[in-house]
Design a protein around this ligand. Structure first.
Ligand SMILES: C[S@@+](CC[C@H](N)C(=O)[O-])C[C@H]1O[C@@H](n2cnc3c(N)ncnc32)[C@H](O)[C@@H]1O
Length: 241
């Protein structure tokens, strides 16, 4: 029987898990998605910024900074802040930043997605990739993102979403994701638990429609989404009026 856990316990478990797998995180993403995860972040960065007047960008729960780096490549973005609550993830982001030579425009902040340490309307756009499943209160996280984006700015969420398993292709994809991925996690990252949590957390997460409604409840308008990765990944974009 599943034992319900409280918010603080989940927060600590999530932080410990990402701390544990930080060094294998990017490698595992590349293996699991056959390299597609980089493209999804590029699509998200474009959707978050295209046509915006220039300004700073925030990537919430940035991990090793993949989406922050994509934002920094966009002409509309003057500087990027990447925030995460796991120091090991941010340390790796800094190593990658040095390798990429993108130093001037990136800043790394240790902080919590539920209590963003920024004033209202500070950013032209705010993004988050594959993180909303992991926070203890998605509504509060989206409200915080909405609070710190400026009027006319955008919030973009890239996240895995429960797969409608109607067709053979999506049933096979789900079988891969729920059975093969945990085995890959065990063999390649030495952490079956983290890569069992992954499909379980997707299964329990909001549908794309529900996440879209939640963004509207957080005050965002013109909320739209597209499905990527055969429907396993959803990219939502909303605007602050
Ligand atoms: C699946 S990783 C995603 C990392 C990155 N955004 C990406 O696109 O690969 C989830 C990240 O969310 C971070 N995270 C989870 N809950 C958080 C919270 N409440 N505040 C800040 N970071 C959080 C974890 O530390 C982890 O780095």
């Amino acid at each position: 029987m599943a034992v319900p856990i409280d918010g603080e316990t989940k927060r600590q478990q999530v932080a410990a898990m990402f701390s544990r797998i930080s060094r294998k995180y990017d490698f595992m993403n590349t293996v699991m998605t056959a390299g597609m995860h980089s493209r999804w972040r590029r699509v998200a960065a474009r959707a978050a910024t295209e046509g915006l007047s220039p300004g700073p960008a925030l990537d919430v729960a940035t991990g090793t900074g993949g989406l922050a780096f994509e934002l920094a490549r966009r002409a509309e973005v003057q500087e990027v802040v990447g925030l995460d609550f796991v120091p090991g993830m941010l340390a790796l982001a800094q190593v990658l930043e040095r390798r990429q030579g993108q130093r001037q425009r990136l800043h790394w902040v240790l902080g919590d997605a539920l209590f963003l340490p920024f004033p209202d309307s500070a950013f032209a756009c705010v993004t988050s990739g594959f993180a909303m499943r992991n926070v203890t209160d998605v509504g509060s996280a989206v409200s915080e993102m909405s609070r710190v984006v400026r009027p006319g700015g955008r919030v973009a969420l890239l996240e895995m979403t429960p797969l409608a398993r109607r067709r053979l292709g999506s049933r096979l994809l789900w079988a891969y994701f729920s059975h093969v991925v945990p085995a890959l996690g065990q063999v390649l990252a030495g952490d079956r638990e983290a890569y069992t949590y992954l499909p379980e957390s997707v299964e329990q997460f909001l549908t794309a429609e529900q996440l879209g409604r939640l963004m509207e409840e957080a005050g965002l308008v013109s909320v739209r989404w597209q499905l990527l990765g055969m429907g396993l990944v959803a990219l939502h974009v909303g605007e602050k009026p």
